[in-house]
Design a protein around this ligand. Sequence first.
Ligand SMILES: [Zn+2]
Length: 227
Amino acid sequence: MNNDSLKIAVYIVIAILVILFYTKDIKLFDENFYNDIQEIAEPDIILVLVNKNFKLSASYVPDDLKTINVKYANENKKLRKSAKEAFELLSENAHQQGYEIIAVSAYRDYDYQNDLYEEYVTTMGDEYADKCSARPGHSEHQTGLAVDVSGSNDDYNLFAESKEFLWMKDNAHKYGFILRYPQGKEKITGFKYEPWHYRFVGIEVAQIIYDENITLEEYYDKYINLN
Ligand SMILES: [Zn+2]
């Protein structure tokens, strides 16, 4: 191979790498999402699985929503009682160790999620909207068991860069919370990596998910027969 053809070969390889880099997000997601949708029969169970294939009805509202103490959350953020109590304990214990973990979003009703999703569609298009936002009925926030947090850098989008993120990595499961949308699991969860989004599943299940480094979908697959 002479010098010129070597150069061309190198350029081609670089071009392929650039294309792969910019299209990798698209390939992360399974084609089956939103194709085979079932309505959730038991929305009140703590382990309820809500994702792009399991949907909550538009009228579902948990009946035990409680407002999180403003010491641990922005104003008027609600979670179901057990999740609220676990989150307050988590945030309080973190605070005592020098970490500030604040709930910035918690329960969201169907209509709110609808508006949020439509906003993404209008501004960014529907392909992007489906990566970043759940369609109404498909958001875990409607369960009252999911919470978005910010750390001492005060921006949930940058939560992964805060010291609180590392604390959550080691401690969230002890309070019954799991990192719901981990990096590298996009094809399983249907959502991009969200370091700020935690889901209450109870301490026992959170410990298993933590130990086995799996998602809630994989937990269901392994331990719960859905059919
Ligand atoms: Zn969230």
